[in-house]
Write a protein that binds this ligand. Structure first.
Ligand SMILES: Nc1ncnc2c1ncn2[C@@H]1O[C@H](COP(=O)(O)OP(=O)(O)O)[C@@H](O)[C@H]1O
Ligand SMILES: [Mg+2]
Length: 231
């Protein structure tokens, strides 16, 4: 459901939901409108987005709530996926401070009381769920409908596995960023290297199975995960 004043500016790619950028014809203000496929996802996103904002973390503000629909502040900028694409187009390494910012935000989310006490994870750490704001230069996390109980190590592993397997897969720039990310995640989330290595390896297998690809073997070699016993 959207308001009669909403003028559609853009539709985003979404597998499950309808996500749009709209401009209010009266105020001229831009907003993101997300229409959910089910009530449980709508409630989950509301609950965790509101909680994390209360904790002063970089999460877009929800400005209006309607049945199955959330209006949110637009974070104007590039998703982390677009950042990687831009780095590759320019032949430049992914800046360390951007990777640091993602890892610190994840650490801050996982160490909130609600997440820690209930062993919660975000449930979907794909790189389109991080947006670097052009305005305040912070990284924002969006998309909380998949929050669930789970293992932080699995989620850290999936962040690296996703990075390596975006097209074009396993480029030098992606492998270099993945190595850096590996050590940042170990430091900031206090993970043992061998355990994170096993998780990256598992998550690569999960992605291969889901997509019918065969990147696991090459990726494990590129990241030197064999040093931790991964094959
Ligand atoms: N508040 C926001 N600011 C900027 N872009 C957003 C915002 N919310 C969503 N998007 C864009 O829409 C895409 C899909 O939204 P998301 O909430 O991740 O839904 P999905 O469940 O489809 O993954 C994101 O990857 C991002 O590009
Ligand atoms: Mg998403």
């Amino acid at each position: 459901m959207t308001s009669p004043n909403d003028n559609l500016v853009k539709t985003y790619k979404s597998r499950q939901n309808q996500v749009m950028l709209v401009r209010d014809s009266q105020s001229g203000k831009l907003s993101i409108v997300k229409i959910f496929k089910d009530e449980a996802s709508w409630r989950t996103e509301q609950q965790y987005a509101a909680y994390l904002r209360q904790q002063n973390l970089s999460v877009p503000e929800i400005t209006r709530i309607e049945p199955l629909t959330l209006y949110m502040r637009l974070i104007q900028g590039k998703t982390a996926c677009e950042l990687i694409e831009a780095c590759e187009a320019a032949g430049q390494a992914v800046p360390e401070d951007k990777l640091q910012a993602i890892v610190r935000l994840l650490r801050d989310i996982y160490t909130t009381q609600l997440f820690r006490d209930n062993h919660l994870i975000l449930g979907d750490n794909n790189w389109r769920n991080f947006v670097f704001s052009d305005l305040d230069h912070h990284v924002y996390r969006i998309d909380f409908e998949s929050v669930r109980t789970g293992d932080i190590t699995d989620e850290a592993g999936s962040l690296i596995a996703f990075l390596l397997t975006y097209e074009p897969v396993l480029t030098n720039i992606k492998c270099q960023a993945a190595r850096l990310l590996f050590s940042l995640l170990c430091q900031q989330l206090c993970l043992k290297k061998s355990i994170l290595a096993a998780s990256v390896s598992n998550q690569l297998k999960v992605i291969d199975e889901r997509r019918g690809t065969q990147h696991h073997h090459h990726a494990v070699k590129q990241l030197d995960l064999t040093a931790y016993g991964c094959r």
